[in-house]
Design a protein around this ligand. Structure first.
Ligand SMILES: C[S@@+](CC[C@H](N)C(=O)[O-])C[C@H]1O[C@@H](n2cnc3c(N)ncnc32)[C@H](O)[C@@H]1O
Length: 259
């Protein structure tokens, strides 16, 4: 019920292109966020994998890592997990467009799951990026690895284990961070903690993307705290995702954009 009210409030407050007065954000929204026709041939192969995963009836346990966004159960079929926890086609494509636009050299994802979002991001990153993704569930990490291999995404590195331990390992492997997709552990305290950890390595023009910023009161509080951080200049609330730009600007600006 709360989510529905939150969504209605978002629809009321959000704007489309006409309400955006910042030239930088206007062009990002027009040329990247709303450019839905930008597609890659590889999307079909990823979606074929998603389709196969959705059919899988085998059980996967140990899904209680840090409050998954759409699930409260610690056991599910692979199919149900693929349907409920992997980013939808709409948001996966948005991740692709943003990663293609951002062209990070060093990229990180918290929450690999079955590898769907990682593959979309990698198409956008291109060949030269170093991309590490973190996953706590060993069965999911193995499945993701298999999916990456199937489609020749051989450069993606998965680090298995709790983010509390693996994030610092990943950060040690990266001289800087240009991109982070936070898509696991949707609780306030760890979200803020991981954000601060990543900030220490963030490059001047880094883009941080947070999943499910409106999923719960806790996540909304986390989002508000992130927006207020001194190193954050521009944020864009797309309801299901929040974009955070660290590049210095004359003033802070926060946008709520209909997507
Ligand atoms: C929403 S799913 C990620 C979906 C994936 N990004 C995609 O769209 O294809 C979140 C994942 O994060 C993992 N996770 C959550 N909290 C974690 C933690 N504290 N440590 C390690 N993994 C965690 C879960 O096991 C789950 O696979």
């Amino acid at each position: 019920m709360n989510q529905i009210l939150n969504y209605l409030s978002y629809l009321f407050k959000s704007t489309n292109l006409h309400g955006i007065h910042s030239p930088l954000v206007y062009s990002l929204v027009k040329d990247v966020i709303y450019k839905r026709k930008d597609k890659s041939e590889k999307f079909k192969s990823i979606e074929a994998i998603r389709k196969e995963l959705i059919k899988e009836r085998s059980l996967i346990s140990g899904l209680d890592f840090g409050a998954g966004s759409s699930s409260n159960s610690s056991q599910k079929t692979i199919g149900d997990f693929a349907r409920s926890s992997s980013k939808s086609v709409k948001f996966s494509r948005l991740l692709y467009r943003l990663s293609k636009w951002q062209q990070p050299k060093y990229a990180l994802e918290l929450g690999t799951a079955l590898g769907i979002s990682g593959m979309y991001q990698t198409i956008g990153f291109g060949d030269s990026a170093k991309f590490i993704t973190l996953e706590g569930n060993s069965l999911l990490a193995a499945k993701a690895q298999k999916n990456y291999k199937k489609l020749n995404f051989n450069s993606i590195e998965i680090i298995e284990g709790n983010f509390d331990n693996t994030l610092s390992i990943a950060l040690e492997k990266m001289p800087q961070l240009d991109w982070v997709f936070f898509d696991g552990n949707h609780k306030k305290e760890p979200t803020i903690r991981y954000f601060h950890q990543c900030l220490e390595k963030a490059s001047e023009k880094a883009l941080f993307i947070f999943d499910d910023i409106n999923w719960s009161a806790e996540m909304q509080e986390a989002w508000d705290e992130i927006k207020q951080h001194a190193k954050v200049y521009i944020t864009i609330d797309l309801f299901f995702l929040g974009l955070v730009f660290l590049e210095k600007r004359p003033q802070k600006e926060h946008f709520i954009v209909r997507f």
